[in-house]
Design a protein around this ligand. Structure first.
Ligand code: T4K
Length: 368
């Protein structure tokens, strides 16, 4: 049997992509705000219903640029239960990431826990819409307003998702997407920052291009965050295929849900069907009373060539350099550790058909 991976890329119409690549080669314009990047940004902004989308080379650099552009300083509060890039982006700017605990029911930041971590040095909050589920945007915005903090979101998982009926991309000062190959919607490598703030959009635009505001005129300490034309061509092609990808992801989620619901001791984190969802992460939670532990279950999957993942175990606070910098952080991260110890991410996407889903569920059934 071929291995079944979490993170298998979804690829839209191959010929359309190749045609775009040929046009790019004929045009001899490969990067630096080319026409395909501009078209990609325009289509993304339309889809999200947001004022501006600034395309970037990846989600991590996009986070770093957003942090710089918002002029965050001192301490920035974020969840520990996220991909390590969220914490690293803060650390790389010479700032201190401060980890706040999550709500175990949503896996997203608990606004009360965030409040407890505020000190005179706190300048901002980075909420994460984990697994594509909207964070407690209102709760976090209230805190940001009360304490005069900047609020931005890591929306790497949340392209195509909504919060209270409005597309994610419209909240906080700005929101950062990842279009990495493993995301349900990819541009090979890539990311983008969405914002409704005209001034911020202009600053992000310049900062991703070294801070150049015209020939020989640098006005910001920028970096190279530019998306290239080939990545934008993949992004545009996959955007045209989005409905098909969403249809398959939804079908996969509902199939998993139906098959797993009757099994005692395990459950799927539900998607809120009143919102737009991308269904890209199938989150299995393993209770302590399930006959097999989470780790043994992952081993069983891997033996069967099913590469399920323990995202985001063991939590950023248990990885370097944060483990050394904050050795007692775990004392305030009880829910983070509880959730990180019980989650398995199951494979989905265009590469998963119903037969493969049954193979995954057979492993679960064999444990009872
Ligand atoms: N914030 C959050 C919350 C994020 O989740 C991420 C990225 C970011 C920020 C940063 O955005 P980027 O800078 O990446 O744009 C993967 C991805 O590399 C990463 O993008 C993603 N989150 C994270 C959740 O997953 P790894 O270390 O698990 O990748 P890896 O190499 O183990 O691949 C995952 C699986 O995908 C494997 O089973 C193999 C399969 N795969 C992968 C690639 C690249 C394929 O089948 N084909 C492929 O081309 O991080």
């Amino acid at each position: 049997m071929h291995p079944i991976h979490v993170g298998r890329p979804n690829i839209g119409d191959r010929q359309t992509f190749l045609n775009r690549v040929n046009e790019i080669l004929d045009r001899n314009w490969l990067t630096n705000n080319g026409p395909v990047v501009q078209e990609f940004e325009k289509k993304l902004a339309e889809y999200l219903g947001v004022g501006h989308v600034v395309a970037m080379c990846n989600g991590t650099v996009a986070l770093e640029i957003a942090i710089r552009a918002l002029e965050l300083e001192g301490e920035v509060i974020l969840p520990s239960y996220t991909f390590i890039a969220t914490a690293h982006a803060i650390h790389w700017q010479g700032l201190t990431p401060v980890f706040a605990d999550i709500n175990p029911a949503t896996h997203n930041l608990d606004a009360n826990a965030v409040k407890r971590m505020i000190t005179p040095k706190t300048s901002g909050i980075i909420g994460v819409h984990l697994w594509g589920r909207g964070a407690d945007v209102d709760g976090l915005q209230d805190i940001a307003n009360e304490y005069e903090l900047k609020l931005m979101f890591d929306a790497a998982h949340a392209f195509g998702c909504s919060y209270q009926g409005k597309m994610i991309g419209n909240f906080g000062a700005c929101e950062v997407f990842s279009f990495h190959a493993t995301k349900f919607f990819n541009s090979i490598e890539g990311g983008a920052i969405a914002t409704n703030d005209d001034e911020l959009a202009e600053k992000l635009n310049l900062m991703r291009n070294f801070g150049f505001a015209g020939f020989d005129n640098v006005i910001y300490p920028g970096t190279n965050g530019k998306m290239n034309e080939i990545c934008a061509a993949m992004g545009l092609t996959n955007l045209e295929y989005l409905d098909e990808i969403l249809k398959v992801n939804r079908r996969n989620y509902l199939t998993y849900q139906k098959l797993i619901q009757p099994i005692q001791g395990i459950s799927l984190l539900p998607y809120d069907q009143t919102e737009s969802n991308n269904f890209q992460y199938i989150i299995l939670e393993v209770d302590p009373d399930f006959p097999v532990s989470r780790d043994t279950l992952v081993d069983k999957f891997h033996e069967a060539n099913i590469l399920a993942r323990k995202y985001f175990w063991p939590g950023c606070h248990n990885m370097k350099p944060y483990k050394d910098l904050f050795p007692n952080a775990n004392l305030l991260l009880k829910n983070t550790e509880l959730v990180a110890d019980r989650v398995i991410v199951l494979p989905t996407g265009l590469a998963m058909d119903l037969d493969n889903i049954h193979k995954v569920v057979e492993i679960l059934v064999s444990c009872i």
